[in-house]
Design a binder for this molecule. Structure first.
Ligand code: A3P
Length: 313
């Protein structure tokens, strides 16, 4: 899909004071009307949003939040694909390019809605910027995010036939490849102390899932007792989620209908490692990537340790 620069209808200037006109937003070609529809979208008071870059632990966090919002009903969770329990804002338009139906999955979802999006702050509904809805953000080391994106793209057909090395060289070829990633996270990182925002990282979830469950349960005001905690830890474990038919995006795979979809299939819940990229990318690629990442971090006056919450207890 060809990506072009897009201009949001307005900017969250009430939240972050920066030169928004310099912020480059990229999105699929011919999506202006859809982006305007999202910008003006009506929300429900009890909506909860999960915003991430792709492959940063969205599904993992979504499963936790959906359960917290639905009386920790494991049976209901296991009975329906996650994509149908918790709609992905931009998915329908991405697949069908049909404005009429594009927001139907979100509109038809019963309350409380848990809405997933990969949009950056300025492309999300402007109503969200009023701070009346809960937003959960999960970040992940960009190198693991890119490697995971590659395997996802191979399974869904987009990158079928391409090697990881070729894919990654393609990323590195665009001079400013890291800025979009870093700015996406940094905007939410700057909002992390707002009472309506919960910011965390994949790395934190790996290190202390129990702690993250406790934090999210407090954030949503959905208490969890000891017995529920143990069951949640099991349900959300890598092993359980890997074999769970509802959390491996099989419904989405079937919708996309790419001619090469499924020719080389990697399970959606694939490896789930921190720093797994070190075993997959060439040292020279990692070095070049880190130079670009560092440049983007410096431009934003933030460090990777800060974005990943590495120093937090
Ligand atoms: P890998 O491809 O590196 O394994 P998203 O849902 O944002 O697309 O993120 C997908 C990534 O999260 C995949 O990373 C997947 O394996 C990982 N993931 C999903 N559930 C997980 C779990 N319970 N534990 C660890 N990682 C998990």
């Amino acid at each position: 899909m060809e990506r072009v620069r897009v201009t949001p209808r307005s900017y969250p200037t009430n939240l972050i004071d920066k030169n928004w006109s310099q912020r480059i937003h990229m999105h699929g070609k011919d999506s202006e009307e859809f982006l305007n529809l999202v910008h003006d979208m009506q929300l429900r008071d009890d909506d909860v949003w999960i915003v991430t870059l792709p492959k940063c632990g969205t599904t993992w966090m979504q499963e936790l939040v959906w359960l917290l919002l639905n009386d920790i009903d494991f049976e209901a969770a296991l009975a329906k694909d996650q994509e149908l329990r918790s709609p992905f804002l931009e998915f329908d338009f991405g697949v069908h390019k049909d404005l009429e139906r594009s927001l139907r999955p979100v509109e038809e979802c019963k309350s409380p809605r848990l809405i997933k999006s990969h949009f950056p702050l300025a492309l999300l509904p402007s109503k969200l910027w009023e701070g009346k809805h809960k937003v959960i953000y999960v970040y992940r080391n960009p190198l693991d995010h890119w490697v995971s994106r590659y395997y996802h793209g191979v399974s869904f057909g987009f990158y079928y036939g391409k090697s990881l090395q070729q894919f990654f060289d393609g990323i590195l070829a665009s001079g400013d490849f890291a800025t979009e990633n870093i700015e996406h996270a940094h905007e939410f990182y700057q909002l992390r102390n707002e009472p309506w925002v919960f910011y965390t990282s994949f790395e934190r979830m790996k290190k202390d899932l129990r702690g993250v469950i406790n934090d999210v349960s407090r954030f949503l005001d959905k208490p969890v007792n000891d017995q529920q905690m143990e069951k949640l830890l099991k349900h959300l474990s890598f092993e359980e989620m890997k074999k769970n038919q509802t959390t491996n995006h099989l419904w989405e795979l079937a919708q996309v209908k790419h001619k090469d979809a499924g020719k080389e299939l990697h399970r959606f819940v694939r490896k789930g490692n921190v720093n797994g990229y070190k075993d997959e990318l060439q040292p020279e690629q990692i070095e070049r990537a880190n130079i670009g990442i560092q440049r983007a971090l410096e431009k934003n006056h933030v460090t990777m340790d800060e974005l990943l919450l590495s120093g937090d207890p």
